[in-house]
Design a protein around this ligand. Structure first.
Ligand SMILES: Cc1ncc(COP(=O)(O)O)c(C=O)c1O
Length: 403
């Protein structure tokens, strides 16, 4: 059988997620892994979920175990719309679509908006799962570098003008504006407003992906880009994965009603509906007031981990390492001195029983060779220090070899 002939063109451009492949290597029990984007399992609210599950089964069992609407159960859509309004968005339950993780949301957005050969704009670096989701729709990526305030809006404007000269109008700009994955930075309000102005001027959509916005260790909450959107151009995504449990596989999209209707048709073909049982539990978890308490608990758990990682980087990494302290989220982004290639260094690190994700994985332009993403939510503080110490040794060796 000639499978190559049988596979679709789309399948041929798909690549396995590098993170998932690397995670296989990091799953040996004695490896200290900064590689995944895993929440800390000690934070999972097991007792509360147990109580709520019993209650949901007693009171709504016949609904919770049945298929549900593709858009999601009405009560959860309403609850989420209320929360979004508190964050400044103009949203009703009709603007909310429940998805099976934000990863599905990204894929459905690709299905609905992207044709082969379309151009989309992403950050450099950006979330690898989004690159993989959009790549399957055979698009061209254009990257815009970040600085400490997120996407460089000045370069974005230049890029859009350049593309225009070539007769290209991008479909959308994909951004993770708050505690960015992987770079940890936050786009301030002024840039958010400017981004919306640019989208309005050039008739583009903005895909705002916000899994980390509530994990704030210090500083103020910055309103979502969606809250500055008065033309319905921003498609906002958030998820229960980092604030409740990734095992629930539940997330939500907030968008213009017409967009929600189209996305819902796209989703129908994927899974008919997201997990109804989990939706009832998640709704009850929010309505009982547990979610906000739980978010506070996670913040208290992750902040000292972030601090320990920053202190350890200062102590064990070369002096001219660049790493800005993220004030929220789950990741530190590190750029090493010299010409160290973090992809090449990965196997040396694994030999020392420590893992990370190399910077190139997050770049659509092949950049990021001397950077790496380090997750601080998963490991204990002791293991964070030990892992950074081991990485420091590997880096020191590499720098000596290069001389
Ligand atoms: C920026 C970003 N978007 C989307 C996702 C996918 O989240 P979910 O678990 O909801 O599919 C992640 C997960 O790490 C992420 O970091």
């Amino acid at each position: 059988m000639n499978l190559e002939r049988l596979f679709s063109r789309r399948t041929k451009v798909m690549r396995p997620s590098e993170i998932r492949e690397l995670l296989k290597l990091t799953q040996q029990p004695d490896i200290i892994s900064f590689a995944g984007g895993l929440p800390n399992p000690d934070a999972f609210p097991i007792d509360e979920i147990q109580d709520i599950t019993r209650r949901v089964l007693e009171e709504k069992g016949k609904l919770a175990l049945q298929y549900g609407p593709t858009e999601g159960i009405r009560s959860l859509r309403e609850t989420l719309a209320n929360r979004c309004r508190k964050d400044g968005m103009d949203a009703s339950s009709d603007n909310v679509l429940i998805t099976t993780g934000s990863q599905q949301g990204l894929d459905v957005i690709g299905r609905i908006f992207l044709d082969p050969g379309d151009t989309i704009i992403v950050e450099l670096p950006t979330y690898l799962g989004a690159i993989n989701a959009f790549r399957a729709y055979e698009v061209n990526f254009e990257g815009i570098p970040l600085d400490k305030d997120g996407m460089r809006i000045d370069l974005l404007e230049d890029k859009i003008e350049d593309l225009k000269k070539k007769g290209i109008t991008p479909k959308f700009i994909y951004v993770v504006p708050t505690f960015q994955n992987p770079a940890g930075v936050v786009m301030p309000e002024s840039r958010r407003r400017k981004l919306v102005d640019i989208a309005n001027e050039h008739d583009l959509l903005i895909i705002e992906d916000d899994p980390y916005g509530k994990l704030i260790y210090e500083g103020d909450f910055v309103r979502p880009i969606k809250s500055f959107d008065d033309e319905g151009r921003v498609i906002y995504l958030s998820t229960f994965s980092k604030i409740l449990s990734p095992g629930f596989r539940l997330a939500w999209i907030v968008a213009d009603e017409e967009i929600i209707r189209k996305l819902s048709i796209g989703k129908q073909a994927l899974d008919l509906c997201s997990n109804t049982f989990a939706q009832y539990i998640a709704n009850e978890f929010i309505e009982s007031g547990y979610l906000d308490l739980h978010i506070m608990r996670i913040i208290e758990m992750y902040r000292p981990k972030r601090d320990r990682m920053m202190e350890s980087i200062k102590k064990y990494f070369p002096e001219d390492t660049i790493c800005h302290k993220p004030r929220g989220g789950m990741f530190a982004w590190v750029t090493l001195p010299g010409d160290i290639d973090t992809e090449e260094m990965f196997l040396d690190a694994i030999k020392e029983k420590v893992a990370y994700i190399h910077g190139k994985a997050f770049h659509v332009d092949g950049g990021g060779a001397s950077s790496m993403r380090l997750n601080f939510s998963y490991s204990s503080e002791e293991l964070i220090e030990e892992g950074i110490k081991r990485l420091g040794k590997v880096i020191e060796r590499k720098l000596k070899e290069a001389k």
